[in-house]
Write a protein that binds this ligand. Structure first.
Ligand code: PEP
Ligand code: MG
Length: 898
């Protein structure tokens, strides 16, 4: 197998690249696109890429190199040296390289990088001679030792930062740039000593010289250790967490790119930056990004220095030509990749170099605008436009915003880095955000800047606020990717993370941990206290893409809703009907008392009164629902939960009784409570989810389905008389045998006939069932003879197929299952292949039993894009999901069809 691929030119200026953009699985995203850029003639510093497969082989063998791999790398190193006419580690004219990770899927900032590799005590002299700039050379060397120690050996970066601070104090220097070449040379000695003192000889026997660990001088040793570190970073905790959250497979591995260094820190005609070909926040067609003059790449992303906007670059003296060339490259890249691209570049003494390009991460609003604009520009087709918007991103657009009518004082302003608004308690560390989230508290994570180590906290927080860094800083990029609101670079904020407080310059406000703040990532505003939030309107772009999506999708999309407002909302979002109306949700509030009085009383009269009251209430409920969904199907599910869910909890009652007794309450009152408790206890089941619920309720208490069907039919009859077109359908839950369905179908039909008779209106109400038990799925051919439609309740079907309690597992063992990879993802969120098999069996058998059967799904999976792909393949007629997921489902269904 070939393990190494080169990219860039040879010594004659001829392109000798071996890879291409199509090879992401082998070369990683960065390596594949470096090759592609070289192939289309862009200035790429030469280098080579070690394949992702090599990383996995190395890792799977317990960090042992596959046979021949190191020889191949050595050969490519020599080849690179020949192409460049320089040698790594050379004492007169050294070649320096960067060693960077690059996985097949973009994982920004998650893995490791080493820069300036090849410097040692000899080659430093060569670098000084070549550049005539000792200060630059020593600064490069000390950066290399620092980065190598931190990334490769895992030493604490503070060890080095503290040495720099101490040096500055000794010299009375205000900033790093005030340190001279001699100072930096002295720092290099100190850094090497720190390295020796803190690196374990046992872990790195190869670095031991004369009984002491030494900073490696042999460039091949430096290179091998750096590559091993990048391989190892594939499995570091933050990369693992990122993959889990983004459903990226763990067995892809990362490639390693070894590339000639170019320097953006060689004076005022050098610069470095990151840019997007269009605005990643709102999609505007403009060059977007930041650059720093006289700096190295990491300085821009780390947010350590404040950057300037890319549009100014070509107006800076000494950088105008490179700045113009860069803009030409933007256009070329977009036309070539037919996408909005994200770019890293460096200008070394006036010469532009491209270090990376990839499809740019963007907000949902930007994704929509870019897709539509590019289709209109003729760059992509409508199908491609529909496919290049990530469905799960859409709910960003449904994020809350500050209420326009809310009054508030602005506490601070920053950059509008990622849209949406958040309200929460201030926390100053990622760990505190995670802890608060575990307590169910909403937080805003406030940091000077974020680093990849903050990822878990960024996920846990509602919003992110930083006092430093630009729109391409770590916080901004990650927040946009997650769809989390983010304000960054709010410079008035002076954060003391240790004391867990921040002051705000120009105010006397001191923010302490736990204080409530609000931030609006759409405008960059930060407010002390809670601002009222509202849901935004759908934008025109979203409508356009969804209309295009509707042209391609074959799956229908309905909504789960149980009140007229939600029904109306889902209709506005494009739902083609209600796939699940959970009627138990209509029994809350004061209705609860009525159903309690039905459950707890044996006296016939009281029960009949309760049923009559429920009937009246339900008729009104259904009237509202069917009216809101006039002309569209509304599947009403008969009562499903075990009855004890409507009753007080025995534990609360127990406590109450104990308290009454302790306070000497009236004996009769206590006895009454005890009787109630005994009655409630009689409804307690060991496994209520497997107990008296679903269709079993209707069989044990036939009065309940009669009441509900009568209410449904009556509401429909009334609307018909008003000239409307109500289309209710009746759904019987949790059926396991055809006999249950046949019995209840008969009850429903008889009841409908009575209403038709009484109201004098023709009604044709379909009657169907949920398939949410394995027995129902495997006998679906029989069940279908009694059903007009099936709706797969994949929540219960997942619960009963796995035997996992859906109400408990997510907090208990599923997290461990995910960590230990016993499951690839949570089966209650994305349909499991085993459960999907039952769905497919149910569909196929069902259609055998009744060729006219309509089949849909109404579990949570109906709104999950990956599951929607599976349902499309199985051939369902529609999916049904919560109103806010309807736009997501429409888009995912189109992508499944394309
Ligand atoms: C299901 O089980 O998938 C379903 C939709 O019903 P519920 O969630 O109400 O049990
Ligand atoms: Mg169910």
């Amino acid at each position: 197998v070939k393990r190494v691929y080169r990219f860039g030119k040879d010594s004659q200026g001829v392109n000798v690249t071996e890879g291409a953009a199509s090879m992401k699985g082998v070369l990683g995203g960065k390596g594949a696109n470096l090759a592609e850029m070289a192939n289309i003639g862009l200035p790429v510093p030469p280098g080579f890429t070690i394949t992702c497969q090599t990383c996995m082989e190395y890792a799977n063998a317990g960090n042992v190199w596959p046979d021949g791999a190191l020889d191949e790398i050595r050969a490519y190193r020599v080849d690179l040296e020949e192409r460049m006419g320089k040698k790594i580690g050379d004492a007169s004219d050294p070649l320096l390289v960067s060693v960077r990770s690059g996985a097949p899927m973009s994982m920004p900032g998650m893995m490791d990088t080493v820069l300036n590799l090849g410097l040692n005590d000899e080659s430093i002299q060569g670098l000084i001679a070549q550049t005539g700039n000792p200060r630059f050379a020593w600064d490069s060397y000390r950066r290399f030792i620092q980065m190598f120690s931190n990334v490769v050996i895992g030493l604490d970066g503070d060890l080095f930062e503290n040495a720099i601070i101490a040096m500055k104090q000794r010299r009375g220097a205000a900033s790093d740039t005030d340190l001279t070449a001699e100072d930096l040379a002295e720092l290099v000695s100190e850094f090497k000593a720190i390295f020796s003192q803190n690196t374990s000889a046992a872990d790195y026997p190869s670095l031991v010289v004369d009984g002491e660990v030494r900073f490696p001088q042999d460039p091949m040793v430096q290179l091998q250790l750096a590559i091993e570190a990048v391989f190892g970073s594939w499995n570091n905790p933050r990369a693992t967490l990122y993959r889990q959250k983004n459903k990226i497979a763990d067995d892809l591995g990362t490639a390693v790119n070894v590339q000639c260094m170019v320097f953006g820190n060689k004076g005022n005609t050098s610069a470095t930056g990151v840019a997007f070909t269009r605005n990643p926040a709102d999609g505007t067609k403009e060059f977007y990004g930041d650059y720093l003059v006289n700096a190295q790449g990491e300085d821009v992303v780390a947010g350590i220095r404040n950057t300037s906007p890319i549009s100014e670059l070509k107006h800076v003296e000494g950088l105008t030509e490179a700045g113009q060339e860069l803009e030409d490259v933007f256009v070329l890249l977009e036309n070539h990749f037919r996408d909005m691209m994200d770019i890293e570049f460096t200008i070394e003494q006036g010469k532009l170099w491209m270090l990376q390009t990839r499809a740019g991460k963007r907000t949902a609003a930007s994704a929509l605008k870019v897709a539509i604009d590019m289709q209109r520009e003729g760059l992509i087709s409508k199908e491609e436009a529909v496919c290049c918007v990530e469905p799960s991103q859409l709910d960003q657009l449904l994020h809350p915003q500050f209420d326009k009518n809310a009054r508030y004082d602005v506490l601070a302003r920053g950059l509008n880095a990622s849209p949406g608004a958040a309200v929460g308690k201030v926390v100053f560390s990622a760990a505190d955000a995670v802890e608060a989230a575990e307590r169910g508290e909403k937080t805003v994570l406030v940091r000077w800047e974020t680093t990849p180590d903050d990822l878990a906290g960024m996920i846990a927080a509602e919003g992110i606020l930083t006092s430093h860094g630009g729109k391409t800083s770590h916080a901004a990029v990650i927040a946009r990717g997650m769809g989390a609101p983010c304000v960054c670079g709010a410079e008035a904020l002076r954060i003391d993370a240790e004391k867990k407080q921040a002051t705000v310059v120009g105010t006397d406000v001191v923010l302490r941990e736990g204080d409530i703040i609000s931030l609006d990532g759409t405008t960059g505003i930060v407010v002390l206290g809670a601002v009222d939030l509202v849901q935004p309107e759908l934008t025109g772009d979203l409508d356009t893409i969804l209309e295009w999506a509707d042209e391609f999708r074959t799956l229908g999309v309905r909504a789960n809703a149980d009140n007229p407002e939600d029904a109306q909302l889902s209709r506005e979002f494009g739902a083609e009907g209600i796939g699940l109306d959970r009627t138990e949700h209509m029994f809350l509030g004061e209705r609860k008392q009525i159903i309690q009085s039905f459950i707890l009383n044996e006296d016939e009269e009281t029960r009949e009164k309760a049923i009559a009251d429920l009937y009246a209430a339900q008729t009104g409920d259904f009237y509202g629902m069917f009216k809101a969904m006039d002309g569209l199907p509304v599947i009403v599910r008969l009562l499903d939960p075990p009855l004890h869910e409507f009753l007080e909890s025995p534990r609360t009652l127990d406590v109450e009784i104990a308290r009454m007794e302790a306070s000497g309450a009236d004996a009769r009152a206590v006895a009454e409570k005890r009787a109630l408790l005994a009655k409630i206890d009689s409804f307690v089941e060991a496994n209520p989810m497997l107990g008296l619920r679903g269709c079993r309720l209707g069989i044990v208490y036939p009065i309940l389905p009669v009441m509900q069907v009568r209410a449904i039919a009556t509401a429909a009859a009334r609307l018909k008389k008003e000239g409307l077109d109500p289309r209710p359908e009746i759904m019987i839950p949790l059926v396991s045998t055809v006999n249950e369905l046949a019995k209840l179908r008969e009850v429903a039909q008889r009841t409908i006939a009575e209403v038709v008779e009484a109201e004098g209106v023709e009604l044709h109400l379909e009657i169907g069932t949920m398939i949410e038990l394995p027995r129902a799925a495997v006998t679906a051919d029989e069940i279908a003879t009694q059903a007009d439609f099936f709706s797969f309740g994949t929540n219960d079907l997942t619960q009963t197929t796995f035997g996992f309690s859906r109400d408990d597992v997510e907090g208990e063992f599923i997290p461990q299952y995910l960590t230990e990879k016993l499951l690839p993802y949570n089966p209650f969120a994305t349909i499991d292949p085993g459960v999907a098999k039952l769905v497919k069996m149910g569909v196929d058998l069902g259609r055998q039993g009744n060729p006219d059967l309509t089949v849909g799904v109404c579990g949570e999976h109906g709104g999950d894009p990956d599951s929607i792909h599976a349902f499309h393949k199985i051939g369902l007629d529609y999916v049904s999901c919560s109103p806010y997921r309807v736009p997501v489902a429409r888009l995912a269904a189109a992508q499944a069809a394309l």
